[in-house]
Write a protein that binds this ligand. Sequence first.
Ligand SMILES: [Zn+2]
Length: 103
Amino acid sequence: MTCQELRLVDFVDGLLDAESHAAVAVHLRECPTCAARVEALSETRGLLQQAEPITASPQFERRLETRLRRDDLKREGLKLLALGLAAVAALLRLPSAMWWDAS
Ligand SMILES: [Zn+2]
């Protein structure tokens, strides 16, 4: 098993089946790089578990929805602008195409 094939996060989280867990454990005894990664992941996991949960402010959801709607409107506005520019470009080509057909 190569270093790239290891699922170290799953190992730290205890999500591997017994066979995979044993294979990673064997690899960690032979590979100081992966052993250091597992140690760092374990420390990070521990810090995250100690962190206080973050509660969003009561206005957060309302502000988020407002912003998402505004972004949707901007996207729709850009689509309309592109459509308008395409229509103008088509109109500008129309007279020359008519002249070309007439000759
Ligand atoms: Zn390794």
